[in-house]
Write a protein that binds this ligand. Sequence first.
Ligand SMILES: Cc1ncc(COP(=O)(O)O)c(C=O)c1O
Length: 399
Amino acid sequence: MRYDFDRPVDRQGTASIKWDGRTDRFGRADVLPMWVADMDFPSPQPVIEALAGRVGHGIFGYTRADEDYRQAVIGWQERHHHFTPRPEWLCHSPGVVAGLALMVSAYSAAGDGVIIQPPVYHQFKAVLDALGRRTVLNPLRYDGERYTIDFADLEAKAASAKMLILCSPHNPVGRVWLRDELVRLGEVCLRHGVLVISDEVHADLVLGDVPHTPFASISEEFAHHSATCVSPSKTFNLAGMQTAVAIIADPELRRAYDRWLHDYHLWGLNPLALTALVAAYTHGDEWLEQLLAYLRANAALVVSFVRDRMPELRVQPPEATYLMWLDCRALGMTGSALERFFVEEAGLGLDGGHQFGVGGDGFLRLNIATARSRLVQALERMENALSGRPRERAAATEG
Ligand SMILES: Cc1ncc(COP(=O)(O)O)c(C=O)c1O
């Protein structure tokens, strides 16, 4: 079927963090929200129908991962990423960040060093701080256009670290790591006995030409020195379902993870999350293809709009994710002042880059997973704010 991503959907009144949480986050309920990483699009029709069918059954008792779940996850990984995890490698997680926290708990001790590569998804550091781990920074290199891994620095830092949390593809800089880059990173980590935790939640959202390579698919050795988190949450806009899959090939690592999952009594699946995951991974291919085409066009629109009408900013099309990383350093605003400027002057809720750690200051993260008309509205408001023109207030509360 043909999906209509152009139709703006009113999400207000659904307890949506992105829409209904605007006052808490930005101090105002009237900003156009282009922040938190979920999409303004309904999930694929087969998911909606499967959920409706499951709801109709009417009994929502304790639920476990079954054969359909395992086949759905494995089939998806095979079709989209040429990776065939064994059924026993799959463990449930109540969300990706929860999975990362369980892995950090299972595989390291308080005070151990864990490498992250900023600017990076801010919850990595939040988890490490909460669990009393020592965050070791291996900042990405930026040449004004493209981000790369600083391997010399990684080699030096790996000597004092126990683990590395890899963001693959990378939020917020939008890189899809090349197979060669992953091999190099993996070899450094193996040499120093650093375990790789690979967060692959954005793996299905590849917009460029470089395919995503699952870290554990590269070799047996990499598979056994890593633990991976995947989820249908970003791909199919199911983040509120809070379900993810930990893929752990090594039996010892899997047992350690499972122990933590059971100790906190987090092993059970939400029955609706299970239904949604199976339907999405089994019948979501057609929807995803159309979504990616829509996101590519949105990204291209942002790139040309910025080039033609906001030349003081810089942006590259993301290789993956629906998050665009705007280099606003020429505006001379740092810290939360940049975010506040667009709240106050443009009526826009964007994520300030300073939240993503070293290298993020002076950048903004723009979520483009919304109807094109809204995206155009957001860009026009940015343009007006930058040129000092007052924005049209009437549309500020549009849903
Ligand atoms: C890299 C990365 N990991 C994890 C998450 C969140 O995953 P979950 O909601 O399943 O905890 C996000 C959300 O933006 C993300 O960008």
